[in-house]
Design a protein around this ligand. Structure first.
Ligand code: AMP
Ligand code: ZN
Length: 471
């Protein structure tokens, strides 16, 4: 099956065609964290879905260039810095660092670029875009000195969210309490400095101020990826107003279609409500790690449900994730034992039939639940064959090779039980020495393996190798 994704813009499953004329290069922009506190695992559900998307596209041979922004100036970061009585950069730095640690724990691939909104080159780009929008009558400076996007002048406004603008228009010209906007739906591009901002602000043609959150993303996306990008992602709460505004700003400046495919993941819920900072019903990654769960267990728990279906976070769900990974670990241990250390060239062929099934289900709008269902069915069948002693080493090797492919997308292997290449090389040499009845060399190699923390057992089926307890 060809790759297809559900595009929020059309509300339809669409065949995926990259812009690249050679069909290989893909640009992805993903809205990143606002670094005013530690991200919660709801945020990580979104980032894991984006990671799954990237990894699957790479498995399919695409060359992915992904950008994830860091929002390090907005109302929340400014408020945080003011309350902590420290400079903005000093306030956001530890949260940035925690974010990078967390994504590593969750095995989320690093984006190619992590632009920060406060970087002067992006501030310059934001100012340039706002100037263009004003020149095109798509933006105006209001009496409060802030600059707003004029949504009435952008006919496509509301198309992403499938939002009927006339409902807003019926209220006519609205004077908002805080702002002097022409229309209640107009959003800030540049916020004029006020006392609460303290020493945070940049000079601009409209006076001292700071960018609005939406223009940050339009500027960083177009600065790094160009006027048009293939895929833009985020959680469903980003659709309106954030992504709607990004389209209006970017297309308002360039006159070109900004994004081909908009992909949004449903929320991580707690008791039926969105996990969020404002509701106070959230867990950080550190909270869940403290309960004794590992990064890969949390990754699995957040990944196993289709990205467009809401996922309820429960501790029972965490236990199920642990059990599922345990089954995978046991299966891999058995396969490795069956394969032995005899790497059989004939056995290294992929299990193409299995590979096709797993990969094709993911081609279908990243249908992870079906792909995992298929994985566990395969585990059941091969375990049965091993119970009957009917799986030969070559086939076991082939399944292990297949797993390598599967795990390049899932990234859930237990690194602890994996045999490093140099260790399996020593084990193979020892097997050769034993076959040649060179006992001295075999003992030397055993000592070498022990020194590296691995135990060898000689069984009638050949040598078995496991990590030494406590090593
Ligand atoms: P924020 O830091 O609030 O801008 O959120 C960063 C990303 O996490 C955005 O893509 C949000 O849509 C996403 N997000 C926030 N809360 C949740 C949640 N409970 N479940 C899934 N994604 C979320
Ligand atoms: Zn964004």
């Amino acid at each position: 099956m060809a790759l297809r994704f559900f595009n929020t813009y059309s509300r339809d499953l669409e065949q995926f065609h990259p812009r690249d004329p050679n069909g290989r290069k893909i640009d992805i922009y993903t809205c990143g964290p606002t670094v005013y506190s530690r991200a919660h695992i709801g945020n990580f559900r979104a980032y894991i879905f984006e990671d799954l998307l990237q990894r699957h596209l790479e498995l399919r041979g695409y060359n992915v260039h992904r950008v994830m922004n860091i929002t390090d100036v907005d109302d929340k970061t400014i408020r945080g810095a003011r309350e902590a009585k420290i400079p903005l950069q000093e306030f956001t730095a530890p949260f940035k660092q925690a974010f990078f640690q967390d994504i590593e724990r969750l095995r989320i691939k690093r984006a190619d670029d992590f632009p920060a909104a406060t970087d002067q080159i992006y501030i310059d780009k934001m100012i340039a875009m706002i100037s263009t929008l004003i020149a095109r009558d798509l933006a105006y400076q209001a009496e409060d000195k802030s600059v707003y996007f004029r949504i009435n002048r952008f006919p496509d406004y509301g198309k992403l969210a499938h939002f009927d603008l006339t409902q807003l228009q019926s209220t006519g010209r609205v004077k908002h309490d805080e702002y002097d906007k022409e229309h209640i739906g107009d959003f800030a591009l540049w916020k004029a400095w006020d006392e609460e901002d303290g020493d945070i602000g940049w000079e601009s043609p409209w006076g001292r101020g700071r960018p609005g959150w939406h223009i940050e993303c339009s500027a960083m996306a177009t600065a790094l990826l160009g006027d048009q990008i293939d895929i833009h992602c985020g959680g469903v709460d980003n659709i309106f107003p954030h992504h709607e505004a990004e389209i209006a700003q970017s297309e308002g400046c360039t006159g070109k279609k900004f994004v081909r495919y908009w992909l949004h993941c449903a929320h991580l819920l707690v008791d039926g409500q969105k996990m969020s900072k404002s509701l106070g019903n959230f867990y950080t990654l550190a909270d869940v790690l403290e309960k004794g769960y590992t990064g890969r267990e949390i990754r699995y728990a957040l990944m196993r449900v289709h990205y467009r279906a809401p996922l309820n976070f429960t501790w029972d769900g965490m236990e199920e994730a642990r059990q599922s990974l345990g089954r995978i670990d046991d299966w891999l241990t058995r396969l490795r034992e069956t394969a032995g250390n005899k790497i059989d060239v004939a056995g290294t062929t992929q299990r193409t039939d299995a590979a096709n099934n797993f990969e094709e289900t993911l081609d279908d709008d990243l249908n992870i639940s079906a792909a995992l269902g298929f994985l566990f069915e395969t585990i059941r069948e091969t375990n049965r064959a091993m119970d009957r002693g009917e799986l030969d080493p070559a086939s076991a090797n082939a399944w292990l090779n297949w797993w390598e492919r599967v795990d390049s997308v899932l990234a859930i292997s237990d690194g602890e039980n994996e045999i490093p290449a140099e260790v399996s090389k020593l084990a193979r040499e020892r097997e050769q020495a034993r076959l040649a009845k060179d006992w001295r060399k075999s003992d030397e190699l055993r000592n070498e393996l022990n020194a590296r923390g691995w135990e060898t057992r000689d069984t009638k089926d050949g040598q078995k190798i496991t990590r030494r307890a406590g090593a």
